[in-house]
Design a binder for this molecule. Structure first.
Ligand code: ZN
Ligand code: ZN
Length: 251
């Protein structure tokens, strides 16, 4: 009894909601988000989205009487991936949490985003599990400036939660200018040629189910190129797992 009480006091630590700073209690032994119940309910969830690219769709395009999934206009002819998850819209609290993760190395924000991602991903995992998680690599200059890769951080936490290995050496970015300094058109052109396969030349990904992990999905140009590269290596199903989805603004 005494031991249990001591254990409880050790793990249930007071903290603050990342969005409104209200006091909350966080169970250190059980990973969870760092949000109060009100802020959790107010998150900008990406509920009506394209099955293949997570683009938010207008509610009228959803027909609840049909069991088939929703697909945006672009994905009807050229689906971005077999399945894309992006549980939050890249606005308000979604954009804020991601910005804190990226530029302030916000570990609590990272854990929170991962918990939100897992809520959407876990039901899928019950049907089929990826063999590998593949975080989108940072380019050289971003790596120099920020030292850590937020996509790798998300992938590592998801890997720990779902026990799926991370393959972070298979694809690399060529050295080039930081994408933030470029226009959307320049960025899309650059992305077309900015990734290279770094796995073994004959590494066989046949029948491998891969989930590409990124922080935010915007134009989809980055994900599209990585999907193409792993498919060239024979990968079977390829998903994209992101924290937030922007509506293709800014690239
Ligand atoms: Zn709050
Ligand atoms: Zn789509």
């Amino acid at each position: 009894m005494q031991r249990n009480l001591t254990k409880m006091l050790n793990i249930l630590l007071p903290s603050h909601c990342l969005l409104c700073e209200r006091t909350i209690f966080v169970d250190q032994s059980d990973p969870q988000d760092h949000l109060c119940s009100q802020c959790r309910l107010a998150l900008p969830l990406n509920v009506h989205a394209c099955h293949h690219c997570a683009l938010p769709l207008p509610p009228r395009s959803l027909d609840s009487s049909k069991s088939v999934h929703s697909t945006c206009g672009a994905c009807i002819t050229q689906p971005l991936a077999d399945r894309t998850f992006a549980p939050l819209l890249h606005q308000g609290a979604g954009a804020y949490l991601l910005h804190r993760l990226k530029f302030n190395r916000g570990e609590a924000e990272g854990r929170t985003l991962v918990q939100i991602m897992l809520t959407q991903i876990r039901p899928q995992i019950a049907e089929a599990r990826p063999d590998l998680l593949l975080p989108v690599p940072l380019n050289y200059w971003s790596l120099v400036r920020r030292v850590f890769n937020q996509s790798s951080l998300l992938a590592a936490a998801i890997s720990k939660a779902l026990r799926i290995p991370v393959a972070d050496k298979l694809i690399a970015r060529r050295r080039g200018p930081a994408q933030r300094t470029l226009s959307r058109v320049q960025r899309q052109q650059l992305v077309k040629h900015s990734f290279v396969w770094r796995g073994q030349p004959k590494q066989d990904l046949r029948n491998t189910y891969i989930a590409i992990v990124d922080d935010v999905l915007t134009t989809g140009a980055t994900a599209q190129q990585i999907v193409r590269i792993v498919r060239q290596q024979g990968a079977g199903r390829v998903d994209v797992w992101c924290a937030t989805r922007a509506e293709a603004v800014g690239g």
